[in-house]
Design a protein around this ligand. Structure first.
Ligand SMILES: [Fe+2]
Ligand SMILES: [Fe+2]
Length: 482
């Protein structure tokens, strides 16, 4: 017998139901609002925890490609958590209970990944387990819910699935490159614990049924003791000489006698050096729990922008035929802020520097120099770098300045905090950590060779270091990072 649906034809053969789905799909009952909310809250929790884990592990992860990818993925997770919070709020749900833990075993599952001991474990835990499981759980939801009644959730999840898929692909390629067969075998014992915890939690989406393991709480391994954030920035071997403060980039950049094309190189150095901003912002975000969610979302956006700024430097150097590892990319700034300042002080320093980038001598100047350099890529990089910094100044006004009675007070606090971190140029030299080698002539000569141009002797001779200077030189008015 034909169903009533089969006999129903849309008017003039138009696509039915606003393009959402077929009549057959919409005519099947789906999940209840209550069940949707229950599962969406789990997805929200997963994104929130992944955001936390990836952020917390940026600073001490030595490999630059992993630092930048964690910055990216943490930001994506923050955005999806934000979208889910909005959607859950639309589903008859006050009080929202978004800060509650959906299941203790789910909490233990993410705690274990957060506390994983090695990069390999972290990658396996995040990308083989959490991201994969989350993908499957979201897919399962999207198939089970009614595409007409729950169209707003499906829309949010469709986008999430796209980016969770991207993260999964990246994770697959990264583990292929870094985790060999031997290490995979070593990981098995700990990954079994994750498996047991996930099963005990009924899967990430809370729908898995496996009666065998539901009744006993699996033991924690790494997270048996509370997690301790590691604030020490680490770099891979390409970042040789990380205490080097031998080339004063700002002194060169603001010297009117220097040519714009050479200044472009110095700006690329400044961009790549910004990898220290994610390292220090991760420290602020990780050490300031209990803030409104918008704070984490905005700060993570800024953290990700700063990782992109570093990659802009990398790309620019490569495009100009320069081996960027010859420019000594220091971690002095993030190291000192993370170990000598409170999170509030570090935030103050960041805000103070970024406000300093707004006047005419800051980001606009850099963009104009980039245009003047005659390198079209430089103009693109600095154009967007400038736009991002305007956004960061706004983020600072939203989350940092309101802690003070006035903007002036907020700036003074940042200024004072920065002065607390006095120049350590002589100390690190005395301790034998660096000789502050002047790497500039080598980098400049490399760029000239790639371009087929003769080095300008006056430019080649540049030899001004950061000796005796606070990082912004005060008189120059430009910041070290940001
Ligand atoms: Fe910035
Ligand atoms: Fe930046």
């Amino acid at each position: 017998m034909p169903t009533p649906l089969a006999g129903y034809a849309p008017y003039k053969n138009l696509p039915p139901l606003a393009g959402l789905c077929t009549l057959e799909e919409a005519a099947k009952p789906g999940l209840s609002v209550e069940e949707c909310v229950r599962r969406l809250k789990r997805f929200h929790y997963c994104f929130k925890r992944l955001h936390q884990i990836l952020t917390a592990r940026i600073t001490a992860e030595p490999i630059y490609e992993l630092k930048t990818a964690f910055a990216h993925h943490a930001y994506l997770c923050a955005e999806h958590a934000t979208a889910l919070r909005t959607r859950i709020g639309e589903m008859r749900e006050p009080p929202l209970g978004l800060e509650e833990v959906p299941h203790p075993a789910l909490e233990a599952y993410f705690d274990e990944i957060l506390a994983s001991r090695t990069t390999e474990e972290l990658l396996a835990g995040v990308y083989w387990y959490a991201i994969q499981e989350l993908y499957s759980a979201i897919e399962e939801y999207s198939e089970a819910t009614n595409p007409l009644t729950d169209a707003p959730s499906r829309r949010v999840l469709r986008f999430a699935l796209l980016e969770v898929g991207d993260m999964s692909d990246w994770g697959y390629r990264a583990t292929e490159a870094l985790v060999d067969q031997e290490k995979r075998k070593e990981l098995r014992g700990w990954l079994n614990i994750l498996d047991e915890l996930a099963t005990h939690a009924k899967g990430l989406g809370g729908t898995r049924r496996d009666p065998a393991l539901q009744n006993h709480e699996p033991p924690r391994r790494y997270s048996a003791a509370p997690y301790a954030y590691d604030p020490i920035p680490r770099r891979d071997e390409r970042f040789a000489d990380p205490w080097n403060q031998g080339v004063n980039a700002e002194a060169f950049l603001y010297d009117e006698t220097k040519p714009a094309r050479a200044k472009a190189l110095m700006m690329l150095y400044k961009r790549l050096r910004e990898i220290d901003v994610p390292e220090m912002m991760a420290s602020i975000i990780t050490r300031t729990p209990g803030k409104p969610w918008g704070y984490y979302r905005d700060m993570s956006r800024q953290l990700w922008d700063e990782a992109r700024h570093a990659m802009m430097g990398e790309v620019g150097f490569v495009a100009l035929g320069v081996d960027w590892t010859k420019a000594r990319i220091t971690f002095n700034w993030s190291y000192r802020l993370n170990t000598e300042c409170t999170p509030d002080e570090a935030h103050g320093v960041l805000f103070f520097i970024e406000q300093g980038l707004m006047p005419r001598t800051g980001k606009r100047y850099e963009f104009e120099v980039a245009q003047e350099s005659g390198i079209p890529l430089m103009a693109t990089l600095q154009d967007f770098d400038w736009a991002d910094e305007v956004l960061h100044a706004q983020i600072g006004r939203s989350w940092y300045v309101p802690k003070f009675a006035s903007l002036k007070e907020a700036l003074d606090y940042g200024d004072a905090a920065w002065s607390k971190v006095l120049s350590n140029w002589a100390t690190v030299k005395e301790r034998g950590l660096t000789q502050h080698e002047n790497w500039w002539p080598a980098v400049y000569a490399m760029a000239c060779a790639a371009e087929g141009a003769q080095p300008d002797p006056a430019v080649l001779a540049f030899a001004e270091s950061y000796e005796g200077k606070r990082a912004d030189l005060k008189t120059v008015g430009e910041g070290l990072s940001g």
